[in-house]
Ligand binder design. Structure first.
Ligand SMILES: C[S@@+](CC[C@H](N)C(=O)[O-])C[C@H]1O[C@@H](n2cnc3c(N)ncnc32)[C@H](O)[C@@H]1O
Length: 182
């Protein structure tokens, strides 16, 4: 993921949001290796959310021990599709979701939230948001939302090398969507 963060060229105005942040690894990584304004993760399950809290304590302690700073971050234990998190979705400039195993109902809820993102906002996923067409190109139209003017441009990014993400040893593709309302 570090290589993806580098490629995205995150800056001090960026806010990173991980929808389904597990034990908080990416939220903390973004806060450590990028100059972003803020990093936020929302995790629904008790066990990873508890581990994330524990990691957060260690992360802060170790960094302060070695005199290293990190950008502000927040780990929330909740369902990221609740209406109150629309604010986080709107504020985020980079939204990440490791949605490989997200069920269709969850994806429908998330897509409805993504409609509120402004132009230029970027969304990174591990599973396509929209099916690819026959040529392999995808321009996603959020049809089920009656918002035909909402377009997302898709680009496939490859995470190169072994162990580039924590959840698998294999190199995997990421899908980068940019909100681009014409
Ligand atoms: C594959 S894990 C990814 C963890 C982390 N983002 C990463 O990439 O290392 C997906 C996570 O999404 C969480 N999740 C699923 N539905 C969610 C929801 N509605 N709200 C918040 N988290 C959710 C799962 O519990 C799981 O921890």
């Amino acid at each position: 993921m570090a290589s993806i963060f580098k490629e995205l060229e995150l800056g001090p105005k960026d806010v990173f949001l991980d929808m389904g942040s597990g034990i908080g690894n990416l939220v903390m990584l973004a806060s450590l290796i990028t100059p972003i304004k803020r990093s936020v993760g929302i995790e629904i399950l008790d066990t990873p959310a508890k581990l994330a809290e524990e990691q957060k304590l260690w992360f802060s302690r170790i960094l302060s021990h070695i005199g290293k700073k990190h950008r502000p971050f927040e780990l929330i234990h909740d369902d990221c599709t609740k209406t109150k998190y629309l604010k986080e979705v709107r504020q985020a400039t980079i939204i990440f979701m490791n949605n490989f195993s997200f069920p269709p109902e969850l994806m429908t809820k998330i897509k409805k939230m993504l409609v509120f993102c402004e132009n230029g906002r970027r969304i990174i996923t591990t599973e396509r948001l929209f099916p690819a067409d026959r040529t392999g190109n995808t321009v996603g139209v959020v049809q089920d939302l009656n918002d035909v003017e909402t377009f997302m441009d898709e680009r496939v990014m490859h995470c190169i090398g072994e162990n580039c993400v924590s959840w698998t040893h294999k190199p995997i593709p990421f899908y980068l969507y940019t909100i681009n309302r014409k």
